[in-house]
Design a protein around this ligand. Structure first.
Ligand SMILES: C[S@@+](CC[C@H](N)C(=O)[O-])C[C@H]1O[C@@H](n2cnc3c(N)ncnc32)[C@H](O)[C@@H]1O
Length: 208
């Protein structure tokens, strides 16, 4: 047994419907590894139980797995906005939301995250950043004014497969931009922050 299997054995099981969405994601997509999956899904759900947000924003829906994990822990009157740029995923995402008891809490926006954020007239309690790795810093600056004081940002993939520790190829825009984001947030006095070595790295940021 490896450490991940041990962790999963001692955490809640993946809810049946989410396991179905996870399997369907693996059958349908060329790169299903992008999907949060069992462990991170349980972590996102637990964070929502802890934070009790009423307004949530997600950047990067993929097939809706992470949105559904957060939605299950939200109260009935909460809203989760999720933004996805790949319009070919729209029908599959909506089908996944429709089949869940919690899908009604989720509002899907198809379009570029930076463009769609500007259109949202909301103040958020929690934002999950998981879209284009080259835009993390731009996302951060765009959402910070729309985050309530004491609100949280969760930024995924901040260890980027360990590439943040190695010499970077000048063409590797994703690693360069993730590193810029990490360095910027580390020094930003507007927020408190802690980086967790969960899966591909998850940074928790709290606005002061
Ligand atoms: C890592 S996946 C998201 C995984 C999902 N949050 C989950 O855990 O199940 C990243 C998603 O962001 C989307 N994306 C990439 N660039 C984007 C952009 N500029 N605006 C909105 N979505 C974008 C991709 O199409 C992809 O579906």
């Amino acid at each position: 047994m490896n450490i991940e299997e041990y962790i999963l054995l001692h955490s809640d099981a993946e809810p049946e419907y989410l396991a179905k969405v996870n399997r369907a994601t693996h059958l349908k997509l060329i790169n299903p590894r992008m999907c949060s999956g069992h462990l991170q899904g349980r972590v996102l759900s637990m964070f929502c139980h802890m934070i009790k947000p009423k307004r949530v924003l997600e950047l990067g829906t993929l097939t809706g797995y992470s949105a559904l994990c957060m939605a299950e822990a939200l109260p009935e009157d909460a809203v989760l906005h999720t933004i996805e740029c790949d319009e070919e995923l729209e029908d599959f995402i909506l089908q996944n939301f429709a089949g869940s008891d919690h899908g009604y809490k989720i509002k899907l926006h198809i379009g570029d995250a930076l463009t769609e954020i500007k259109k949202l007239d909301e103040i958020f309690d929690l934002v999950f950043i998981d879209a284009d790795k080259r835009e993390y810093l731009a996302y951060y600056e765009a959402i910070l004014p729309k985050l309530i004081a004491g609100g949280f940002i969760l930024a995924d993939n901040t260890l980027w497969d360990g590439k943040v520790l190695k010499a970077v190829d000048s063409n590797d825009k994703q690693t360069i931009e993730i590193m810029k984001f990490n360095d910027f947030v580390a020094k930003d006095s507007r927020v408190e922050k802690v980086m967790l070595p969960l899966r591909d790295g998850l940074t928790i940021i709290r606005k002061r």
